[in-house]
Ligand binder design. Sequence first.
Ligand code: SAH
Length: 477
Amino acid sequence: MRFLPVFLDLRAGPLVLVGQGELALAKLRVLLAAGARIRWYAFDRDAALRDMAPLGEAALSQIDLTDADPLHDDWQGAIAVLCAGAGERGPAVAERARHAGLPVNVMDDLAHSTFISPAIVDRGDVVVAIGTSGTSPVVARRLRERIEAALPGRIGELASFIGQRRKAFHARIGDFPLRRRFWERVIDGPIGNLVLAGKPREAEAALNAIDDPSAYAVADRKGFVTLVGAGPGDPDLLTIKALRALQDADIVFYDELVSPEILDRIRRDAARMPVGRRVGKPGIGQDEIHRLLIEAANDGKRAVRLKGGDPFIFGRGGEEIEALRAAGVAYAVVPGITAGIGAAAASEVPLTFRHEALRITLLTAHKAKDAEAVDWSALTDQKMTVVVYMGMTAAATIRGGLLAAGRPATTPVGVFARATRTDAKSVVGTLDQLPELAAQVDGGPAILIIGDVVAHSAPWRDAQLQQILSTFQIAAE
Ligand code: SAH
């Protein structure tokens, strides 16, 4: 290691920036966002003022623009010197900074620099600095992207949350190792999870409910349940949060609909338990699922309830969090891409379209019986796209209902089976053909989309092309 990472206190004094142009502007943006005060030596004042205009209010209050000579001006109180786009003046400025005992960086000029700027991941109080000793900024940037993805978005909030309460708790825990243990418990347990899930008030309440912090430090770990939407099947459609939850889990309760590629993303050592139903075969039942989730949490486990698509769209996620709340178990919900949205994207069905489709209805019609219970008269609006979940076995009833309600028989429809998976299959046609189309996709799970927008989809365009080609063929024969 040639460069020692240190963090400069931006409140201690201004930074000196010498130079102009794109490089200087890029530096200014970073420094402004960090809240730095900057004494900026620009050589062309008018150009500098023009550059500052789009930087907004912050630029006016944080930048002290000067046309003084940086080689002779007073640098009293400055904490570091940066040269960006300073051209030939760089080495002289560096020389002066060294004499003044100030750290100096001349961009792209290691020989005249005494420090270099790292790539930064900025999460408030949590900052990660990545350096490559000046060898490859591109490597640093790539690493930053990975760290960005791996760090919870609210990690800075967690650090501040603890920072604000640390002193008060230290007065209550005498022993130093016990203090560390206490905070580890807080961070890894439900309280930390609540802060990361954006529920600081609940976290605060849970923290205040700790009567004896020393006992809490050594007590059994309290568990946490995360309801995670797994999306429609393609593992790359998992959210970063979902992936993190899978990587942190002690046990995962998953539905039948969750694809094997997604199960592959679960932490290797985690226990896995299927709890879903298959078509025709009952699962273990919703009450039993609730019982298992509560039991896992009470055993101190980090449990994940992994559901196809989104937990709150025909996923019974609502019932599950009600059961968890009633049992006093801490939980968070991570949304997923629901099958209808996934299928629409994969087959290029724009669910809304200017002037053509102004509303979307998500509907379930599990069995013919359920489909008969649907109020079809609410679905007659021609400018409404209807997305049907679990509609395969009821396709004929759905057709009947919509036709009776007055949707034209020529309304474009599509059946999108196993959407976003490698064995996806979609067929398109018109409303009067719906049951035949449903029979052509070799089984579910499948989404039915009904509405004019289906005529914009990729399978629709393909079908039209096929038709034209076959006309040619007939003509040729
Ligand atoms: N919570 C889930 C829906 C569960 S209901 C979600 O938000 O997607 C189960 C229904 O979802 C299936 O009957 C089918 O209609 C639909 N479905 C789930 N995965 C699908 C996929 N990959 N392709 C098409 N439809 C799918």
